[in-house]
Design a binder for this molecule. Structure first.
Ligand SMILES: [Zn+2]
Length: 178
């Protein structure tokens, strides 16, 4: 076994290991280290317990001032486009000109379509700009949190090689304490 300063992986490595974000080869090396190092086994179990506690905790409500700040930032970043610039069928005049059959040579079609496609990667504000939209910032943040927290936890037997890994049932070494 190696000591804390003598070859043990850094805590960040174990965090990535628990989140299954390590490369296959790295995972094998970390798992092999776990078999011989009780210090790191304890660390991995602590990280797992922390993950579980985080998932069990309720998502706190967003403070009103923070919500207003974020909404203001979003409004400045994505202002509603002026109504005059919107063409009747949603495309600027120069795009309609380029799309007209007289201009659009078949050879250039694919390149232009590719450019238009790339240009579409922006928030869907054209559809939303017609009426005032209440930005559900709290909903967005909580949806993100739910996504981040519902990624599957790695099963204990995937992290620990030894069959006596005690995290399987969610208990945290209760038997070892006393
Ligand atoms: Zn170690």
């Amino acid at each position: 076994m190696s000591g804390r300063n003598g070859g043990c992986p850094l805590p960040e490595a174990w965090s990535a290991y628990v989140d299954r974000e390590t490369a296959p080869g790295e995972s094998l090396a970390l798992r092999a280290h776990l078999e011989s190092c009780p210090v790191c086994r304890l660390e991995v179990r602590a990280i797992q317990a922390g993950r579980k506690a985080l998932r069990a905790a309720p998502v706190p409500a967003m403070p009103d001032d923070l919500r207003r700040t974020l909404e203001g930032m979003a409004a400045r970043r994505y202002p509603a486009p002026p109504a005059a610039s919107a063409a009747p069928w949603g495309l600027p005049a120069w795009v309609r000109f380029l799309l007209s059959p007289a201009v659009l040579a078949p050879a250039a079609a694919s390149a232009l379509l590719a450019a238009l496609w790339l240009g579409r990667r922006e928030p869907p504000r054209l559809e939303l700009a017609a009426e005032p939209v209440e930005l559900p910032m709290e909903l967005v943040v909580s949806a993100h949190n739910r996504y981040a927290l519902t990624l599957p936890l790695a099963p204990a037997d995937e992290l620990f090689s030894e069959p006596s890994a005690q995290l399987a049932g969610g208990s945290m070494e209760a038997g070892d304490v006393h």
